[in-house]
Design a protein around this ligand. Sequence first.
Ligand code: AMP
Length: 420
Amino acid sequence: MSTFKAPKGTYDLLPPRSATFLAVREAISTPLRNSGYGYVETPGFEDVKLFSRGVGESTDIVSKEMYTLTTKGGEELGLRPEGTASVLRAALQGNLHKLGNLPVKLWYSGSYYRYERAQAGRYRHFSQVGAEAIGAEDPALDAELIILADQAYRSLGLRNFRILLNSLGDKECRPVYREALQDFLRGLDLDEDTLRRAEINPLRVLDDKRESVQKQLVGVPLLRDYLCDACKAYHEEVRALVSAAGVVFEDDDKLVRGLDYYTRTTFEFVHDGLGSQSAVGGGGRYDGLSEMIGGPALPSVGWALGVDRTVLALEAEGVALDLPTATSVFAVAIGEEARRILFGKVTELRRAGVAADFSFGGKGLKGSMKDANRSGARLAVVAGERDLAEGVVQLKNMETGEQRAVALDDLLDAVRAELA
Ligand code: AMP
């Protein structure tokens, strides 16, 4: 082992498990790419003010968990704790919203950083695939995103997840609710920290997981009862469209999220096999965010799904993905001349699009055949001096054990025929 280890709260993705991560990213992005979402990639760090303004100064993500740094040039930067603020910043900077077609639909995939208390399913470096639909207020767009996330999870074979749905109201009705909630919270027996939170960000108290807090929340005013007519109608339409697609959800009156920018539609995907870190993804509408970061009014909606927790959810459900084996053909050469020739053949196979590997390291026949087995290849190409003197190689089917001589020049065709 090296004297160094991956930093606390992080882990390395290594084969073979890493293949599942790639497959999860692929499965989540496929329905998006199929629905008009274009790929966006932004830097891993941003002006720290983008996050303090966009995500919210009072959120845990910004106040406690953000990795910040001052560069030698004096810039204050933050490692991105989430994707939405950066993606919206990039869309505005690139003037995508002025090109005519609203909504601008974007998807992304990348690493995010939060200085959290590390535990199973909660890391300081994690990976998300996300989607944002920028610049349209249309309940069908909220519904589309919920339906696409459901489709992504189902395509992976996940079954034990639930969709929680709520509306957080808008700038008309939420302030009225906020006050009613604060009045209620002020009358409870809460610790100092929580009372402070009730003043700054009272909706977050609803999300407090502690039993001592939850049991006092019986009878708490619910936003549902304060929604204005426009928010109510919008929410009903989202619910109807999602239901019509056959996607089952649960109304969750207490669902809020850890970011300040959400308005109206809010949702979370939870998996029942993950213990306390049960959220595998979440998102919602953020109609005010663009203005908060200096842009024009651009009502938008999006989600981010956690890749790490989705993999854990697959493992919890015992779902084995049907991953294509990386190598189709494994070449085993005995002797120097054979090595040279077979290495050339491997190159030729690869250039023809066949996934091929070679027995490196100058091993004997036995060791090389072990490598061939381990590679999972369906075919082995074996050749020694005697074969080559006859202008042939031995093509072995690793599943049946059958072996036959194939002329060197016909190898590509023979391999293709066997793999077909
Ligand atoms: P959030 O923006 O906090 O709702 O995050 C969206 C999704 O990212 C969550 O549902 C998780 O699946 C994932 N996620 C967030 N924070 C972490 C973390 N610290 N470790 C692993 N996954 C995370």
